[in-house]
Ligand binder design. Sequence first.
Ligand SMILES: NC(=O)c1ccc[n+]([C@@H]2O[C@H](COP(=O)([O-])OP(=O)(O)OC[C@H]3O[C@@H](n4cnc5c(N)ncnc54)[C@H](O)[C@@H]3O)[C@@H](O)[C@H]2O)c1
Length: 267
Amino acid sequence: MSRLDGKVALISGAARGIGGETARLMALAGAKVVVADMLDDRARQTVAAINEAGGQAEFVHLDVTKEADWLAAIAVATQKFGKLDILVNNAGVFIGKGIEEISLDEWDRLVAVNMTGVFLGTRLAAPALREAAKASEHGSAIVNLASIAGIVGSQLDPLYSMTKGGVTLFTKSAALEFARKGYRIRVNSIHPGVIQTDMGEQTFVSRARRAGTNDTAAIRQVVTDSVPWGRMGVPTDIAKGIVFLASDDAGYMTGSGLVVDGGMTAT
Ligand SMILES: NC(=O)c1ccc[n+]([C@@H]2O[C@H](COP(=O)([O-])OP(=O)(O)OC[C@H]3O[C@@H](n4cnc5c(N)ncnc54)[C@H](O)[C@@H]3O)[C@@H](O)[C@H]2O)c1
């Protein structure tokens, strides 16, 4: 795995799932990690596990839709750990309803978390990332959690797909803007396939609902059979990709998307 010695990372939605595993792996790779989430108790458990294993992590409450929360989270990184080298815009929500079923409130929530959250994090962390980049040969890094649903259409949730498509192209545009301005902040996205997390479980429930059944075990098998590599993804599959994109090993990557999907979008 790539190393992150001496780096400081802020990860949104890091209480559990892909974000939680990313926090754990980043700490193992030598980074100091700010675990930011709305699930305070769960996030504190993630922090405790990292610190008990010999890593360095801090918890901060963050609702990615709130500007003041972002400023407080960035301050934890810069005041407790001295700087900010890495931002992972990981927090996200999935609704799992069709165009004719989703309510306007649900759509507003999707946009607020999946898009406004990424925009706010990028804008508000940029000054600290820019500052840290001055002392780093390969600059600072932002990694945005998009999805394969941000590259190809989603039969399950077209509105989620719209938000992740937005994250995909925002990543490229932010990379270009920061490069043009000479900020030395690399911006890349990662595109997971179906990953076994709480959100992954939500996708099985909505697939089952659409098929008119409660049998999520059968649905899980159908999904597994559809993955060319023959298994569903687990958080660590994605976290390893995030660590790479955040590390100096990806020092010439910006505006790119890393697809980690067991071959699902290769067909
Ligand atoms: N699981 C998958 O199959 C899959 C596939 C593609 C992309 N993704 C993306 O990966 C990312 C992580 O997903 P996951 O599968 O780990 O999901 P998850 O539901 O297990 O974790 C998401 C985390 O985000 C947090 N969160 C939600 N709203 C928030 C807010 N407003 N402010 C701060 N934190 C908030 C949650 O509390 C939770 O800890 C998401 O952006 C998701 O869209 C997941």
